[in-house]
Write a protein of this length. Structure first.
Length: 310
């Protein structure tokens, strides 16, 4: 499910190059220091999932994560399998740390996630009945693209291991942040019906991102527009993590399957997705289902959810 293609962007009339190596001199901010929630641009310390990051070679790193059993996205149970978006969020935090500490080419606004691929290995997910799960991560940096000496895109791929066994692989591609989306809202007086949290594989009502709009079409209408994990800081547009979760919820609601059936997730952002009002359509396929996010009549994102037994 992971996209292994090497992407290079060529803009007419502008010099573009793929970075051949990461210079050791690019390490900044004493990279062996512990990671902090401030440095990773998180809302609170409770959101911090990555504990350490250590560089092993030119483009390879190792890291340690700590995932609390009582993370906001997890089920409230004595023993839980962690929500798959915790893997994606951990990869996002790792990519932010790599960008901040080891990529000296970027200028201006930090690059943002524009594509995510997550694969889960059946039967290998750790189950936590204590306070938190300690996870080892192998991280690879690839597909660095420079434009006139400025870093314009890169990819981080992370393999997650528990007790020496790999249980997930996540890849995130980063590029320049798209322009802020314009307002897109439902017509005044439109009747909205939010599904129950359990129907979309969510733990609680504030985690629900969807509602039934006119003619029963699924639209993005977050129950909590300032969700600390999915929508930190009340963004004007949906981050990749939230678009991925909206697609996952739409597929689970449309297929009637449970969250435990999810074996893989992917999303590709084409243009900004407003935080409210975008439509989500689901089409079943032989692997599970694909979803399309439409804003103002244009496709803003596409993705897929792989389901066990599909």
């Amino acid at each position: 499910m992971l996209d292994r293609a090497v992407h290079q962007v060529a803009l007419a009339g502008e010099r573009v190059a793929t970075a051949p190596r990461m210079s050791r001199e690019q390490d900044a901010g004493r990279p062996d220091e512990p990671l902090t929630w401030h440095g990773l641009r998180l809302e609170t310390m409770a959101c911090l999932l990555v504990v350490t990051l250590r560089r092993l070679g030119d483009r390879f790193f190792e890291a340690q994560c700590q995932w609390p059993r009582l993370h906001p996205l997890n089920e409230r149970a004595t023993a839980v399998s962690h929500h798959p978006l915790i893997i994606v969020e951990s990869t996002r935090q790792l990519a932010t740390a790599v960008q901040n500490r080891h990529l000296g080419h970027s200028e201006g606004r930090p690059l943002e996630a524009v594509a995510v691929n997550l694969g889960l290995y059946a039967g290998a997910q750790p189950v936590e009945s204590g306070s938190a799960t300690r996870v080892a991560v192998r991280v690879m940096l690839s597909d660095l693209v420079l434009q006139a000496g400025t870093l314009t895109s890169f990819r981080v791929t992370a393999d997650y291991l528990h007790a020496g066994q790999r249980f997930a692989t996540c890849a995130i591609r980063y590029a320049s942040a798209p322009a802020e989306p314009g307002p897109l809202d439902l017509a005044p007086g439109s009747a909205l019906l939010h599904p129950a949290a359990a129907a979309v594989g969510a733990v609680s009502e504030p985690d629900v991102l969807l509602a039934r709009g006119p003619q029963g079409r699924l639209v993005v209408v977050p129950r909590d527009p300032a969700h600390p994990v999915l929508l930190p800081g009340r963004p004007a547009g949906l981050p990749a993590l939230a678009v991925l979760e909206a697609g996952r919820q739409a597929v689970l609601l449309s297929s009637g399957t449970t969250a435990r059936a999810v074996a893989g997730l992917c999303v590709d952002l084409r243009s900004p997705v407003p935080v409210r009002g975008a439509a989500v359509d689901v089409v079943p396929d032989h692997m599970g289902a694909r979803f399309v996010v439409t804003a103002a009549g244009r496709v803003a994102a596409t993705g897929a959810v792989t389901l066990l037994g599909a």
